[in-house]
Design a protein. Structure first.
Length: 177
């Protein structure tokens, strides 16, 4: 368990790194539309919905041309990513850690390469977060938390809230949101 000197900061900054150009990417399609993004960061907007109301949540979706705010006053920085985003995920995580921020990593990459991810974060999440994220935030608010949270079991679907669409900055109409 990690003990914190103070836990007054209740701001969480969630980051979806930019998808690198690829054959399957949408970087050319998006320019031909009025939409800001095609794939919203579902995991992050679900985390926002799982976050208690006393926390302020800000989301950055680099794939929607949003710039990462490395000067955010948020204490907790949550980053997700896929394997092909690994370089950018680690770059963002390392920059925030160098600034003294508490970096948490989760998502597909953390599930597949937990050992590689541990060197770039303070807290690693493996598996679904419906139960582990609220537990982490409760422990954080109490002044101590673990460095790893692992959900081994399947989530009971009714325990997963509707994603918080209000934290999205760009128009998501292309996918019906």
């Amino acid at each position: 368990m990690r003990t914190l000197a103070g836990t007054a900061n209740r701001h969480i900054y969630l980051v979806q790194p930019k998808f690198p150009p690829s054959y399957w990417g949408q970087e050319h399609f998006i320019k031909m539309t009025t939409y800001g993004a095609v794939y919203p960061p579902l995991g992050l907007i679900t985390l926002a919905a799982l976050t208690p109301p006393e926390y302020h949540v800000t989301l950055c979706d680099e794939s929607a041309d949003e710039q990462v705010d490395f000067d955010t006053d948020a204490e907790i920085i949550g980053i997700t990513g896929y394997l092909f985003q690994m370089v950018r995920v680690f770059e963002i995580a390392d920059r925030f850690r160098a600034r003294g921020k508490l970096v948490v990593l989760g998502g597909p990459m953390a599930n597949l390469l937990p050992d590689e991810c541990r060197a770039h974060c303070d807290v690693l999440f493996e598996g679904e977060a419906e139960y582990t994220w609220p537990r982490f935030l409760g422990e954080y608010a109490a002044g101590c938390h673990g460095d790893s949270y692992h959900e081994h079991d399947k989530i009971h679907l009714p325990d997963s809230p509707l994603p918080r669409l209000d934290v999205l900055k760009k128009q998501q109409s292309a996918i019906g949101l």
